[in-house]
Design a protein around this ligand. Structure first.
Ligand code: AMP
Ligand code: MG
Length: 328
């Protein structure tokens, strides 16, 4: 080969290599990322290709769901339904209630959106610094039970006067799924939406083929307990470390056992669920928190497309049969 040809081929090779590296760098940089506080939590959205309009539409969708379903907003649809005991609701609220009822059946009533009166009872207890009496709990339990939520078309009603619902264990996951739908419609192929630990990972991340999702250590706030790798999946974690309170020196969880009316105590410390969508992951993480490690993992093993990890007191870890696929 002539010297000129060799120099030409070498230069071409270098240019191609430079081009490839530049391509990789650009690919890494082009994710557009933004955070807003919605639903009382940090909602972080990263998308590719970068598209300000799509990003804004995704945030707006999450705000829309919050405005419909928040129990902290007096003018939300769910707050109106709770006041009236009967109401025609939007397709979104209806869908979440329907899915919630499905998860109540799957978890044998461990997940139950009708537990709001109990949540309020425990909120009052927290304010007064005194645990509710057995009598108060039993009286409130008569207002709880997902079977007493009635759906006729888009009309939602409650069998008992005084019943109320709280979508706090499922709405964040649903909002993430709806925002992902919006992004997909706008042509976004790769994204991560994380609403305070309820998330969906779409397509490929900036680097590599799968997103690395850190699972927080349930006792050391700044430490990751584990990192899982996945794509096109919803992930949610319910942890006793996230929101808890103390009454008369004892620690109480923000999650209620709808059967006993007590808050879930001591076990587990954290439940992480991976599922096909974030709604499923969110609801099951809350439900399995109530069921505990053994029953919880048994249940997950019967559900196709659902995997989970439960960390109990003493850092005892139980995982479902297919969990290993996320650890490579
Ligand atoms: P998460 O953080 O997703 O586990 O949801 C916890 C929230 O769900 C609580 O703050 C309540 O609003 C609600 N919640 C509490 N206990 C239950 C339960 N057993 N079933 C359904 N939702 C619940
Ligand atoms: Mg949940």
């Amino acid at each position: 080969m002539s010297r000129k040809k060799l120099i030409f081929i070498t230069s071409l090779g270098i240019i191609v290599l430079l081009g490839l590296s530049l391509g990789i760098i650009l690919r890494r940089c082009k994710f557009l990322k933004s955070t807003q506080i919605i639903m009382g939590t940090n909602v972080e959205i990263s998308i590719y290709p970068p598209d300000e309009e799509a990003l804004k539409a995704a945030f707006n969708e999450i705000k829309k769901i919050d405005n419909l379903m928040s129990i902290y907003k007096n003018d939300s649809e769910v707050s109106s339904l709770n006041r009236q005991g009967e109401m025609k609701v939007s397709p979104e609220t209806l869908e979440v209630i329907k899915r919630a009822l499905e998860f109540s059946r799957i978890t044998g009533g461990a997940f139950d959106i009708s537990c709001k009166p109990l949540i309020d009872l425990w909120k009052k207890a927290r304010k007064e610094g005194k645990v509710p009496s057995k009598e108060e709990i039993n009286k409130t339990l008569s207002l709880v039970g997902y079977e007493k939520i009635i759906l006729e078309g888009n009309l939602v009603s409650f069998k008992e006067r005084g019943m109320e619902i709280d979508l706090g264990g499922i709405a964040k996951g649903y909002a993430v799924d709806k925002a992902i739908e919006v992004l997909k419609k706008k042509g976004i192929k790769r994204a991560l939406i994380n609403a305070g630990g309820d998330l969906y990972a779409l397509g490929e991340p900036p680097e590599g083929k799968k997103w690395s999702i850190g699972i927080q250590h349930p006792r050391n706030q700044n430490e990751l307990f584990s990192v899982i790798k996945l794509r096109d999946k919803g992930v949610a974690t319910s942890g006793d470390y996230r929101r808890y309170y103390t009454i008369e020196g004892k620690r109480y969880s923000h999650i209620i056992n709808p059967k006993t009316g007590e808050t879930v105590q001591d076990v587990p410390m954290s439940v992480t669920i991976v599922a096909a969508d974030a709604t499923t992951a969110d609801a099951l993480a809350t439900g399995i928190f109530v069921l505990g490690a053994t029953k919880g993992i048994e249940l997950i093993n019967t559900l196709p497309g659902v995997e989970g990890m439960v960390i109990s007191e003493g850092m005892e870890v139980k995982v479902s049969r297919g969990w290993g696929q996320f650890q490579n």
